[in-house]
Design a protein around this ligand. Structure first.
Ligand code: NAD
Length: 498
């Protein structure tokens, strides 16, 4: 059985801890590897290594950092197919989707290549006679990233390229369910010329996460995962004095107005609900049909859901792969059962799907649940699977109120041909990322990504300008270079500008 090890100080190591976790192939349902589950000693080793590397890396010139980033960019681009296959084998998503994930991560690397420009400070000449004021930003030290299973390359890349470009050193604790991609990324950083110890990977679960949260030499923590854990990470990390950004779960609504093009809207809805088997934090899991949009929409969505080709991620003809584990599959099926029990109508049923040749795989077919009401568990909980709930509202304002009553606020979308309705929607919803006729409005790398309410704890979104701000702190300098002939004598009153 292959063992997946930590990456500390530029090399693989099994570390001190003896616990191991199973890594599955979701398409076959077979265990394919075991991953070392690090403990406090392994975390301490990684943080001490990163702290030592910070001494040199934080002093490296902007040109040198940009050069390493450009090399890393080339390597990720060149090895995209390999990265996508590693993702698919452990996560289950189809390879073309995994390639898209790597591409979106690569865009953050490209943003970080502009670090000399991004770290420019401000300068105010002559704020007082002979006095200038200017600011610049410095790295924090050792920063940590704790990431979910659903984007094993992209989500860590929301963090480490920017943190490292800013001069920090990084410890990544990736998901224990699909840990291999992080090691390939670590190799690419090394090949790109990043000094040993600047990027490290410690595998594990709660034990290693807690050790990072409590470690006095970790200055900041970026987390992406489910809401209960995000809340916990924020509370525990800030309690020990760290900067924390913790992105949580989601329940993303798409509202469809009667003036929308039903064919266009239903194509995008099924792609957003069932792509990556619904295991995306920006997946659309609830659609709200407004007015008389309902019947035509349900019919179109159901037909398209039933036609999705489900199969192993490595099969180029598959449009949707399995879910990540058997536990995830059972949980998803449990929610569909509960919807049925609580009075919803299962319009398309993905329970019990068997893929020939992959009978033991963790498959759930696309599922459409109609007549869903806000009290049902299928609506209240984040299912994180290929399940689309259909709700009804009489007006746009009623649909907006429904979205705002939901505790999550990650993404949302409206399908309409009315600019007025779209504008009312964008101003009215309490949600961080909004799509207008765009179902998955993930901001480009040069904007920042993040939700509102229970979808984010902390005040900074990830990547883009807020990422630069999160991984640095500012100094503001007020300087005077007195002319040698200035009038002699110190003044003891409080300094005021004149
Ligand atoms: P998860 O919360 O179970 O795990 C995330 C990370 O936290 C993993 O590294 C895991 O090892 C660690 N962890 C798990 N339990 C822990 C505990 N009790 N104490 C400390 N650490 C713990 O999430 P997941 O199942 O890997 O990913 C799916 C979730 O992530 C969904 O809720 C999804 O919405 C969310 N997500 C959010 C975003 C976003 O941008 N808001 C993006 C991707 C995924």
């Amino acid at each position: 059985m292959r063992t997946i090890e930590h990456w500390i100080g530029g090399k693989l190591t099994a570390g001190a801890a003896t616990r191991r976790g199973a890594v599955w192939n979701p398409a076959t349902g077979q265990q394919q590897a075991e991953v070392v589950l690090g403990g406090a000693d392994d975390v301490d080793e990684a943080v001490r290594t990163a702290k030592a590397a910070f001494v040199e890396w934080s002093q490296s010139s902007l040109s040198r950092r940009a050069k390493v980033l450009f090399s890393f960019r080339e390597l990720v681009n060149r090895r995209m197919d390999e990265l996508a296959e590693v993702i698919s084998d452990e996560h289950g998503k189809v390879v073309s989707d995994a390639r898209g994930e790597v591409q979106r991560g690569l865009e953050v690397v490209e943003f970080a290549c502009g670090i000399p420009h991004l770290l420019k400070g401000d300068f105010s000449d002559q704020v007082s006679t002979g006095v200038d004021t200017y600011s610049f930003r410095e790295p924090l030290g050792v920063v940590a990233g704790i990431t979910p299973f659903n984007f094993p390359v992209m989500v860590p890349m929301w963090m480490h390229p920017i943190a490292i470009a800013c001069g920090n050193t990084f410890v990544l604790k990736p998901s224990e369910r699909d840990p291999s991609a992080s090691l390939l990324v670590a190799q690419l950083w090394a090949e790109a010329g990043l000094p040993d110890g600047v990027f490290n990977v410690v595998h594990g679960d709660k034990e290693s996460v807690d050790a990072l949260l409590d470690h006095p030499d970790v200055a900041a923590v970026s987390f992406v995962g489910s809401t209960p854990i995000a809340r916990y990470i924020h509370e525990r990390g800030t309690a020990s004095g760290k900067r924390v950004q913790a992105l949580g779960g989601a329940k993303n609504h798409a509202i469809v107005l009667p003036d929308a093009d039903v064919d266009y809207a239903s194509d995008h809805l099924v792609a957003a609900a069932f792509g990556s088997a619904g295991e995306r934090c920006m997946a659309i899991s609830a659609t709200v049909a407004v007015g008389d949009a309902g019947e035509a929409l349900l019919e179109a969505v159901s037909a398209k859901a039933a036609a999705v080709k489900v199969g192993p991620g490595r099969d180029a003809s598959s449009e949707m792969g399995p879910v990540v584990t058997s536990a995830a599959r059972d949980r998803i099926v449990g929610f569909i059962d509960s919807g049925e029990r609580q009075g919803a109508r299962i319009a398309v049923d993905g329970r019990g799907l068997v893929v020939p040749g992959y009978e033991d795989g963790f498959f759930v077919g696309p599922t459409v649940v109609d007549a869903v009401t806000p009290e049902m568990d299928v609506y209240r909980e984040e299912i994180f699977g290929p399940v689309l709930s259909v709700l009804r509202a009489d007006t746009v304002d009623e649909a907006i109120a429904l979205i705002n009553a939901n505790p999550y606020g990650n993404g949302t979308a409206i399908f309409t041909s009315s600019g007025e309705a779209a504008r009312r929607f964008q101003r009215g919803v309490q949600v961080g990322m909004i799509g207008i006729n765009v179902p998955i409005p993930v901001p480009m790398a040069y904007y920042s990504f993040g939700g509102w309410k229970d979808s984010l704890f902390g005040d900074k979104h990830v990547h883009g300008p807020e990422g630069i701000s999160f991984y640095t702190r500012a100094k503001v300098v007020t300087s005077r270079w007195p002319h040698v002939s200035h009038p002699a004598g110190a003044s003891y009153h409080f300094p005021t500008m004149h």
